[in-house]
Design a protein around this ligand. Sequence first.
Ligand code: KG4
Ligand code: ZN
Length: 338
Amino acid sequence: MKILAIESSCDETSAAVVEMDRERRIRRILSNKIATSVEMHALYGGVVPEIASRAHAEAISGLTYEALSEAGMAMEDIDAIAVTAKPGLIGALLVGVNFAKSLAFAYNKPLIPVNHIMGHIAACYLEYPQLEPPFFAMVASGGHSSFIKVDGYTNANTVGRTRDDAVGECFDKVARVMGMPYPGGAEMDRLAYLGNRDAIKFPSAAIAGDTLDLSFSGIKTSVLNYINSANQKGEVLCREDVAASFTKAVCTSIVKRLEEAHKKYGFDKFVLSGGVSANSHLRRAVEEFGKKHGVEIYMPPLSLCSDNGAMIGAQGYYEYLDGNLADEGLNPVATCNI
Ligand code: KG4
Ligand code: ZN
C-alpha cells in the first residue's frame, strides 16, 4: 500500500510517500521531503506560530509535488493520504489537515488522521522491520517528553510525562542563554563532549514519589542560576562543563525513570524517538540501560528522529488497517494525550 503523508505540526513541513505491507514486511520510504522555517524562528529564540503557519502554507504544495515525483508517482498511484491531526500548533496543523482533506476529496482517496506522538514511535517501524508491539517507548522532543506503553500499533497509553518543560525545550533554553542559536539541542550535544560531566551538580528531573513523571524546569532554572551567578561574579563560564553536566543530569534522570518503568512493566523492547533521541549521549545511556537489563533498544536513524512525513505515513498505515479513517469534517486538535 502506498501512502502520501503530510506533516505540519510545528516548524517543519514535510510530504512523504511510504510503501507498507505488513504481510510481506515491507516498510519502505519512497520519498521524504522536509522544509523547515527554523531560521525564521531563530531570530526570536523559539517557534513563532504565525510564522510557522505561513511557511507551511507556502511550502506544502511544492513539497508534495516533489515527494510524488521523487517516488515516481502521480496522485492516481497513491492508495491513501495520512496527515498529522494532533497534537501541535493549531494554525500549523490546520494547514496540513486542510491540504490533505482537499487532496483526499479531489482524488477520492481515504484520509487517515495520525497522532504526531505515535508517528514519532512509528519512525522505528520504518528502520526495523522486525519491530512489533508490545514494547515500551519514550518520545523526547521539543514539545513532548512522555513514557508510553505501546500494546498495539494503534493502542498505546502514556504512563509518565513531563509536568512542565519538554526535554528538547530545556536543551534549547539552556543553549540559548549560552549564546547558541535556536534550536541549540544539536550544538549542546557536540559541546558536551568537550566538558567535564561531573564539574557541576544539577538536580534530577526524576521527581520524588511513586510516579514516572519528570520535571525539567528545575534543572533548567538551576542551570540558568548557575550561569547568571557566574556572570555576576565576573567569572569565565566554562560552557563545555555546563553542557556536559546538564546533559549528564538529563540522561541520568531519564535512565532512572526507565529503570523504574522496567521494574513495573518488565518490557523487553524499548523505543526512544523524537528530536532529542538524536542526542548521542542519551542514545549511549539508553544502550547501556538495554545491555544491563537485557532490553532490545530501538532508535530511529538521525534522519528520522525529528519531524518528518515518513513517520506519519508509517503510523497512518496501521491506523488504516484498523479502520481509523476521517472524512472532510476532520479538524486538528492542539493538545492531547495518546
Ligand atoms: O521532534 P522534533 O523535531 O520536534 C518536536 O516535535 O518538538 O524535536 C525538536 C527538538 C528541539 O528541541 C531540538 O533542539 C532537539 O529536538 N534536538 C536535540 C538534538 N537534536 C535535536 N536535542 C538534544 N540533542 C540533539 N542532538
Ligand atoms: Zn515531533
